[in-house]
Design a binder for this molecule. Sequence first.
Ligand SMILES: [Zn+2]
Length: 254
Amino acid sequence: MLIDAHAHYHRPDELPARRGVRTLFCGTNPETAAQVLALRGDGRLASCGLHPWQADRFTVADMLPYIRQSAALGEIGLDSVWTDVDMDIQRRAFTAQLDLAQRLGMPVILHTKGMEAEIADALLPYSMPKLVHWYSCGEHLEKYLARDCWFTVGADHASNPAVQAVLRSVPTDRIMTETDGLEAIAWALGRDVVSEEIKAVIEGELKAIASVHGISVFEAEDRVEENFARFLGTNNDSNFPHRKCVKTPVSTGK
Ligand SMILES: [Zn+2]
């Protein structure tokens, strides 16, 4: 089973293209959170959290009803590069959501753009599973490894040295695949993409994991699938007692 551990939903034609891909769709504000929760079922799960780009438009309280129904909390974090949302507003939303995740025993998905050093330090008090999505900073990776974080490989692994460092440095029991959604794939590849390319992008990431770690692509696929279940706490493994409440996805029949 292919895994897309972090994706934004863009258009209906990607749903048939995602058959055979277990996808964790991400909702970043109340509107997209409601949308991705409604998509659950048939291999689709939802993670909701107030994204740093949205932190001056909505509150964590606005997101709480959606977060409570989610398999993971995110993506959350800080961004000094791609948004001009005031950093203190971002920090308040981020810290409140880290506290919430810790209280609820929910895994978190992290957006770290330009704020990698500060976020690595901010994570120290928190024990829930933490997924660093598409880490693409040339520094501080060792701090996240020391925090026992999980990582996703970005679609630009062939050309981005920071993503290649993630491939080399992250052990195979902590690495996963993601697309970040169709628009992110298009951005990474510098061209328009169609939904049918989603699987090829994930397979390309698996091939890169396999090649770097000297395992077969099938083994890479198995490990990523297992990692995804362990990160979410859905593997029924009592060694991963972080989940304090049951959040199995509910099929909406849609
Ligand atoms: Zn994202």
